[in-house]
Design a protein around this ligand. Structure first.
Ligand SMILES: N[C@@H](CCC(=O)N[C@@H](CS)C(=O)NCC(=O)O)C(=O)O
Length: 194
C-alpha cells in the first residue's frame, strides 16, 4: 500500500478479513497457497510475498524508488534480503508473543522466545542504526522500497514491544518515514485491544 500511494498507482484494493478467515477460503488459497495476505492479481498474473509485490509495483513506474541501475538495485535488494533474514523473523515472533497471543487467546507469552527474538532484533537494529548514521535512507540518499519494506513491520513497535526505540539513527529514519504522505495515508488503525 505504501508503494501504491507513493507512486499513485491505479490499484483496486480488496480487503481480506483475517479475523473471519477470508485468507483461508479455497478461492483465496488457490491464489496464495500459504493463506497469507497480501496477494497481487494483475490479469492472469498472480504474485504473493509483499516485498516481491512492492518491487513489481515499483517497476510499473520506473524511477528512484526501485532503481534499475544494477549497483543501486543491488543495494536495495541487499537490505531487503538482509531484513527478511535478520529482522522479519524476530518481529514476527515478538508480534505473536507480545500482541497476537493475548488477542487470540493463544496462551501465555513464552519468555525464552521473547528473550531470543529481542536479542537478535537488537543485534540487527544496531547494524541498521549504523548504516542510517551514514545516509538518510536505508540504501543511500534516496528513498527506496527497502525503506518501505523495513519500516512497515515496525508499525507495531509499541504494542509488540520491539526493542528498537533506543537506536537514534533508526528512530530519526522511522520518523522521516512516518512523515511521508504515503505512510499517513496507509497506516492501519490497529483493531487489536491495547
Ligand atoms: N512473507 C509474507 C508474510 C505474509 C503474512 O504473514 N501476512 C500476515 C498478515 S501481515 C497474514 O496473512 N497472517 C494470517 C495468518 O498467518 O493466518 C509477506 O510478506 O507477504
Amino acid at each position: 500500500m505504501l508503494v501504491v500511494h507513493h507512486l499513485e498507482l491505479p490499484v483496486e484494493v480488496v480487503v481480506v478479513d483475517l479475523v473471519k478467515g477470508g485468507h483461508k477460503t479455497p478461492d483465496y488459497v488457490a491464489l496464495n497457497p500459504s493463506g497469507k495476505v497480501p496477494t497481487l492479481v494483475d490479469g492472469d498474473f498472480v504474485l504473493t510475498e509483499s516485498w516481491a509485490i512492492m518491487a513489481y509495483l515499483a517497476d510499473q513506474k520506473p524511477g528512484p524508488l526501485y532503481p534499475s541501475e544494477p549497483k543501486a538495485r543491488g543495494h536495495v535488494q541487499q537490505w531487503m534480503f538482509w531484513a527478511a533474514s535478520h529482522v522479519m523473523p524476530q518481529i514476527s515472533a515478538l508480534n505473536f508473543e507480545n500482541m497476537l497471543k493475548a488477542f487470540f487467546k493463544l496462551g501465555p507469552t513464552d519468555p525464552a522466545r521473547v528473550a531470543l527474538a529481542e536479542k537478535e532484533l537488537r543485534t540487527a537494529a544496531a547494524v541498521l542504526d549504523a548504516e542510517l548514521g551514514k545516509h538518510t535512507w536505508v540504501a543511500g540518499d534516496t528513498l527506496t522500497i527497502a525503506d518501505f519494506a523495513i519500516a512497515a513491520p515496525l508499525m507495531a513497535t509499541e504494542r509488540a514491544k520491539l526493542p528498537v526505540t533506543d537506536f537514534v539513527n533508526l528512530q530519526r529514519w522511522f520518523s522521516a518515514i512516518k512523515a511521508l504522505p504515503a505512510w499517513q495515508a496507509t497506516e492501519p488503525t490497529m483493531a487489536l485491544p491495547t
